[in-house]
Design a protein around this ligand. Structure first.
Ligand code: SF4
Length: 476
């Protein structure tokens, strides 16, 4: 039986990181933090904890709920921990590529959790291999570990800072050592990272929703380029403040990746998405009986569309939240099964009506096409598709798994051609202007997957998706 990803045509999320220092139940709180960040990566999960003497680790393939239980959490003792949810954007989905990475070197142990993608990893890795480094995984993150270990200066702070100076691209990083937790955001600020407090403990997470779950008080987002050192006594020291680089925050974090209950890049994600829905309604008005979202990431945009247009919002599509990473596909005669297992149209809402369907983006187009056909089979009189972002025409090299141009429908077809391919009565994408009225200043954001403007230069050969050789370890 073929194994099928139920969300083959969607973006795959990237990674979520969580860290805590100075709490007696550090690993358990990290486990909860990873739960809140599950939407950012469903392929593998891991936690490294320390009591200030040794490090303890558990990593495995699967969801947080599959990877951890009482038995696997119990050995993760100590008052400091970092955790990671992964969806691979470089390197293959094997246990060897699960994070946090944990190594021992002359300075003691070192553990790293990374969200993002380094754009000069291939060059750095070749250089390190020529000077004798042996790599265990195919991840770009391992390059950073080698760079830290290769620094001659005995100061750990210096080693971390010097290694960070050599890497380029997108990173929100947590680095755990015996006595400190380092938190770093790349100078462009592609990926989010937020600092909070829970009693005497310092907490760092990809998104504020993880702090909410723990009852931690959000303190502030790390500035692009900032590097913090959190000490065992809970002190927080800024080792590097923001270098003068133009910001380049990933606009798709606001549009799709982040949870709507998070605050990100200074904005409420829900509010930004509602604004994008309102813009969409203004740019592409339509006469219709109801509007509904492709849940869940498009819910806020669909509400915004409804508010602006006056067309009632309905729950026309129901999403099955219990679909795992893969399921066993029955025989080929069950058409559209991949979409059907995840979404079910509500016939009583749809039948005989003119419907507006709001989605955040279209990648390959196959999921949207199948959804439209399910909606039509449920009796829709007209189907109008509205997309709360401009067309996706380019891959992402900054940590999001967007397919190559040949697979992106908007790279191959014009909007009218896509409309015909989808068999919808009308199709409207949000303009760049509309999107930035919703999420803020264009100069501060990356939109390379839509515009092709890669503001952080790419190294030659980066378009080859598998950057490195096959890992030696495939299972521990
Ligand atoms: S290319 Fe797209 S997905 Fe990648 S960082 Fe830029 S905006 Fe985000």
């Amino acid at each position: 039986m073929p194994l099928h990803r139920p969300d083959d045509d969607r973006f795959h999320d990237q990674c979520g990181v969580f860290g805590i220092f100075n709490h007696p139940e550090a690993a358990r709180l990290t486990y909860l933090g990873l739960y809140a960040l599950q939407h950012r990566g469903q392929e593998s999960a891991g936690i490294v904890s320390t009591d200030g003497v040794v490090a303890h680790v558990h990593r495995d393939m699967g969801l947080v709920s599959e990877v951890f239980d009482e038995e696997t959490l119990a050995p993760l003792v100590g008052d400091a921990a970092i955790g990671h949810n992964r969806y691979s954007t470089t390197g293959s989905p094997t246990l060897a590529n699960a994070q946090p990475i944990l190594v021992n070197y002359r300075g003691g142990f070192l553990s790293v959790a990374h969200n993002g993608n380094l754009v000069n990893a291939r060059t750095l890795r070749r250089r390190l291999e020529r000077s004798g480094s042996i790599f265990q995984s195919t991840m770009d993150t391992e390059v950073l570990v080698h760079l830290i270990a290769a620094e001659r200066d005995p100061s750990r702070d210096h080693q971390v800072l010097a290694a960070l100076e050599k890497i380029r691209g997108a990173y929100s990083l947590l680095i755990l050592t015996r006595n400190a937790l380092y938190a770093a955001r790349d100078p462009r600020g592609f990926r989010p990272l937020i600092l909070g407090r829970r009693a005497g403990a310092a907490v760092v997470a990809s998104e504020s929703c993880a702090l909410d779950l723990l009852g931690a008080e959000p303190e502030r987002e790390l500035a692009p380029g900032e590097v913090l050192r959190i000490g065992r006594d809970g002190t927080i020291e800024t080792l590097r403040s923001a270098p003068a680089r133009a910001e380049c925050m990933c606009v798709f974090e606001q549009i799709y990746f982040a949870r709507p209950d998070s605050r990100l890049f200074g904005l409420s994600v829900d509010e930004a998405r509602r604004r994008s829905g309102r813009e969409l309604a203004r740019e592409h008005p339509v006469e219709a009986d109801c509007v509904f979202a492709v849940p869940d990431s498009s819910n806020s945009a669909a509400l915004g569309f409804s508010e602006e247009s006056g067309i009632p919002f309905e729950l026309g599509l129901i999403r099955n939240h219990y679909v795992g990473r893969t399921f066993i596909q029955p025989g080929q005669e069950v058409r559209d099964f991949g979409v059907k297992v995840k979404y079910n149209p509500v016939r009583s809402i749809i039948e005989g009506r003119r419907v507006v369907v709001v989605d955040d983006s279209i990648v390959r187009g196959t999921t949207s096409k199948s959804l439209v056909s399910l909606i039509r089979e449920s009796g829709a009189r007209e189907v109008h598709l509205r997309i709360a972002s401009p067309p996706l025409r380019h891959p992402c090299y900054y940590g999001i798994d967007i397919p190559d141009r040949e697979q992106l429908i908007a790279a191959k077809m014009s909007v009218p051609e896509i409309r015909d391919f989808m068999s919808v009565d009308s199709l409207g994408y949000l303009s760049f202007e509309g999107m930035y009225r919703a999420v803020g200043d264009r100069d501060r954001h990356c939109d390379a997957c839509m515009s092709g403007n890669y503001r952080e230069p790419l190294e030659p050969g980066i378009e080859e998706k598998t950057a490195f050789e096959t890992p030696i370890l495939t299972h521990a």
